[in-house]
Design a protein around this ligand. Structure first.
Ligand SMILES: C[S@@+](CC[C@H](N)C(=O)[O-])C[C@H]1O[C@@H](n2cnc3c(N)ncnc32)[C@H](O)[C@@H]1O
Length: 246
């Protein structure tokens, strides 16, 4: 109806104006809103509260639309070991954790110490335990060479990650992919690498996608959307079972 349409447009215009006026992303404000408004222990409530906040405040969270694309990939890949580069306030960490199997594990890396601390608190507020996730406060470049010890604390053989989400610094995507491969941290029988793009035409991903196209023996572009690209990585030809279905 006409009234509903006008009201919806008014609501959108107001939300847009508020986001514009409020200017920069504020980690403390995001955390304070989610912490005080969500129902503690309820994952869906935590995610809905992040989305509510992002309606009227600048936010770096991927949001519900890209979030649903991410969910589809996680449901298909069914990973047991996930690496996230760029945790921010924990929105994507919570989205990932809620779809992992009981023995699944997330390692998430965040450069900024305050953000890492506040993001970790939100993951705990959502009801997850330290046995399910680990937050590393450092740059991705510094964290990657140390990851094996977190993946396999007992230092036995490791299959590597089945899923990697990169949403930190697009200039680091290619160096980090190369480092993950060099350190043998990508599951040889199959790993999905998800790259988030925040540019309208994904030009920030050109370098890494050019590299992937040249590495057809191991990598391929599985899905290419405006906000997210999925790369399939496979080193071995299918006879090694990767433990991605716990
Ligand atoms: C766009 S935000 C991530 C948003 C998150 N995925 C979400 O949807 O909630 C990017 C985050 O990556 C962090 N970051 C930037 N460069 C990084 C790097 N080289 N290593 C680790 N974290 C980094 C930033 O501090 C920021 O918190």
């Amino acid at each position: 109806r006409c009234c509903d349409k006008v009201s919806m447009l008014w609501h959108r215009a107001l939300a847009w104006a508020l986001r514009l006026v409020r200017g920069r992303v504020c980690v403390r404000s995001t955390h304070a809103f989610v912490f005080s408004e969500c129902t503690h222990g309820k994952v869906d409530s935590v995610l809905e509260t992040f989305d509510l906040y992002a309606e009227t405040h600048p936010s770096l969270c991927i949001g519900p639309e890209t979030g649903e694309v991410l969910d589809e990939v996680v449901r298909r890949v069914r990973p047991s070991r996930v690496l996230e580069l760029g945790m921010h306030c924990g929105y994507t960490s919570v989205r990932l954790l809620r779809l992992l199997p009981p023995a699944g594990r997330l390692i998430t890396v965040e450069l900024d110490p305050l953000t890492a601390e506040l993001g970790e608190e939100i993951i705990l507020v959502a009801g997850f335990k330290h046995s399910q996730f680990q937050v590393l406060t450092s740059s991705s470049a510094e964290a990657i060479p140390t990851l094996r010890s977190f993946l396999e604390p007992d230092q036995k053989t490791s299959e590597g990650f089945n899923l990697v989400l990169m949403d930190h610094d697009p200039q680091q995507y290619l160096p980090d992919l190369l480092a993950l491969e060099r350190e043998e941290l990508l599951c040889p029988s199959g790993c999905s690498i998800l790259l988030i793009s925040r540019k309208t035409r994904a030009e920030d991903l050109r370098e890494i996608l050019d590299h992937v196209r040249l590495r057809a023996d191991r990598c391929s572009i599985k899905t290419e959307l405006r906000s997210m690209v999925e790369i399939s990585y496979q080193k071995e030809s299918g006879n090694v079972e990767c433990d991605n279905k716990i």
